[in-house]
Design a protein around this ligand. Structure first.
Ligand code: GCB
Length: 610
């Protein structure tokens, strides 16, 4: 799916700003609130999470539907064009109405969706209404425990407790835009690249749609960063050679632009449609136990993150995006994971530009009914109780469709911490992994991050993955406060993985400890800044000695909001930065380490071998 941009043939209108908003206590649909202007509404910014903008706990904790509405003024001349309304992301389900008529519905809170509005739009004033539902359950991604109960005083309590460790922010989280295209238009561009000596080979496929699509000619040019044409071609499919290519990689994120134009069959006049897709030329492969980027062994240094900030929650804030990526570079990091859901397109485009490598994750988190937060202590059968398979497949399709051309994306993470040690996991994941391999034109490696109960002895899916990704909390949830025990357990487990799957690379995709900024202790104790730093250092000694380890992602980049609970102090404090992005001691520890570790060839240095 193409990102909306202005070109010679396309216009983009921003519909962000203050909308009207109303919480729905339950009767909105039955009373057809979409048929007339929203009553009793309050102002609500878009994009933003609605949860923390009021002062009431009831707003923050609302479970169910909310309504957004705004006026949409459409100049008459625009209606002669193909007019598309596009939502960057609405969490978690949306039903959109235009002038009271249903326009488009979408399930899944982290990927874009769009619809042509010409049939329902009128010149002048239009009413745009969006019904948003934040309910999560055992059929959705992420997974939550939806519950209705009667309290002793007769009142009804509805809770939807996340089966994951971040606050269930909701609302219109990413930009809403209206854009135009000509009647015959470029629907999609698919790019893959290879290196051939000093040259780059770029394969392309252009999908043309709309009236008369068979009659148009496709022309394509590859431009370098200065805008000079370095290769050109025609037709909907082909391969182009870039002489003396500048590959994309961290440290030198060189981007080319693929300019696609549609022309009238005889090639006369002006282009009918045009679009510019930025791309990088680079290769990714897993071979001989190494993660190869442009044929060179890459070492991942970085963090798992969240889209999370005070006040606007998970709503896009491009200032925060820039700050975060700059702080990652300050740390000497070269990568991050979009834990635990696809991040905004705007951030992905920045990662391409700034040269940060991304592990791109679908919102498949909470697929384990026996880990920590599951209610009751009886052993449950995760893969019998969850009905997420269809949603999981859709999420995978939408993520790959959206992010397939990004140079920064080097691996897909198909789930975070599912119950891979339980019966049914392999049958659940095998088709999804197969599908991901079919869908990705670049055939990127696949991983799933494994939780602590998925051990070399109990896990049932690791052999299907290209990279084993481990989330490990020795010294925190297991043997908290005991760093020597943590060291011994991590060493032993890594050895067991190397025995079970020799030659399979291992990424430590999460490790860390909570630290309350400003809390100090010597010798270090849990929750102090010193303990967090010491835990990371202990892990690093083990990781450096293990040849199979191809990278380290600390949990987490910054403190973040969670559901309230007895193990969370206004959120999860495993950030190496505070929630407002100030460094803790651990950030300095990591900076000293990561600036000394090269992006390529680290484990080939003799000192890092066991
Ligand atoms: C994990 C999860 C992550 C949590 C983290 C923690 O394994 O993947 O979402 O936030 O542990 O801090 O408990």
């Amino acid at each position: 799916m193409l990102y909306p941009i202005m070109t010679d043939t396309r216009e983009v209108f921003d519909l962000n700003g203050i909308w009207q908003f109303r919480l729905d206590p339950g009767q909105g649909l039955a009373e057809r609130w979409y048929e007339r202007p929203l009553r009793e509404s309050v102002p609500m910014p878009v994009p933003a999470s609605f949860n923390e903008l009021g002062a009431a706990a009831a707003d923050r904790d609302h479970v169910g539907r909310v309504w957004y509405e705004r006026e949409l003024l459409i100049p008459r001349r625009l209606l002669e064009r193909r007019l598309v309304l596009r939502f960057g992301a609405v969490a978690h389900a949306a039903q959109v109405y235009l002038n009271g008529q249903p326009l488009v519905a979408h399930r899944g809170g982290f990927t874009p969706f769009e619809a042509e509005i010409n049939a329902l739009a009128q010149p002048g004033k239009n009413r745009l209404t969006v019904l948003v539902d934040n309910t999560l359950d055992y059929s959705t991604l992420p997974v939550a425990h939806y519950r209705e109960e009667q309290l002793p005083d007769g009142s009804r309590l509805v809770t939807d407790i996340p089966n994951f460790d971040f606050f269930n922010y909701a609302g219109i989280h990413r930009p809403v835009r209206l854009y135009t295209t000509p009647a015959t238009y470029i629907r999609d561009i698919v790019l893959t690249s290879a290196l051939d000596g000093a040259d780059g080979l770029v394969s392309y496929r252009v999908v043309v749609d709309g009236v008369g699509r068979e009659a148009v000619a496709v022309r394509l040019r590859l431009l370098d960063a200065e805008g000079r044409t370095v290769a050109s071609g025609q037709g909907t499919e082909g391969q182009l050679r870039i002489k003396d290519v500048q590959p994309w990689e961290p440290g030198q994120p060189y981007l080319y632009t693929c300019l696609v134009e549609l022309w009238d069959g005889d090639g006369s006049g002006e282009p009918l449609d045009s679009y510019e897709e930025p791309f990088g030329v680079r290769t990714v492969a897993v071979e001989d136990g190494q993660f190869l980027l442009n044929g060179k062994p890459f070492y991942f240094k970085g963090c798992g993150k969240h889209e999370d900030f005070p006040i606007h929650g998970r709503g896009l804030d491009e200032a925060v995006c820039v700050k975060d990526l700059n702080l990652l570079r300050w740390l000497g990091a070269n990568s991050f994971r979009t834990s635990h859901y696809p991040y905004a397109e705007e951030l992905m485009r920045l990662a391409d530009r700034l040269g940060l490598v991304v592990i791109d994750e679908v919102p498949a988190v909470g697929l384990h009914l026996n880990l920590g937060s599951g209610p009751g202590s009886a052993r449950r059968q995760t893969w019998r109780e969850l009905t997420t398979a269809a949603q999981h497949e859709q999420a995978l399709r939408e993520l790959i469709a959206r992010d397939k051309n990004h140079a920064c994306v080097v691996m897909w993470s198909v789930a975070n911490e599912p119950a891979t040690e339980e019966e049914g996991a392999r049958a659940y994941f095998e088709p999804l992994l197969r599908l991901a391999r079919q869908l990705d034109p670049q055939c990127r490696p696949l991983t799933i991050t494994l939780q602590m109960w998925a051990t070399p002895a109990s896990d049932t899916v690791a052999d299907l993955l290209d990279v084993i990704a481990l989330n490990r909390y020795y010294g925190w949830y297991v043997h908290g406060g005991r760093l020597e025990a943590a060291r011994a357990l991590l060493q032993a487990e890594l050895r067991e993985w190397m025995k079970r799957l020799p030659g399979k690379p291992i990424l430590l995709s999460e490790y860390g400890a909570d630290a309350l900024a400003g809390m100090h202790d010597e010798p270090p104790t849990m929750f102090s800044e010193e303990y967090q730093a010491a835990l990371l250092q202990t892990y690093h000694e083990v990781l450096d000695a293990c040849p199979a380890v191809i990278g380290e992602h600390v949990w987490n980049f910054a403190d973040f909001q969670t559901e309230q609970g007895i193990t969370r102090v206004q959120g999860n404090r495993k950030g190496i930065f505070t929630r407002d992005r100030r460094p803790k001691l651990a950030a300095h520890t990591l900076r000293a380490r990561w600036r000394a570790i090269p992006d390529f060839g680290y484990k080939l240095q003799p000192s890092s071998r066991e």
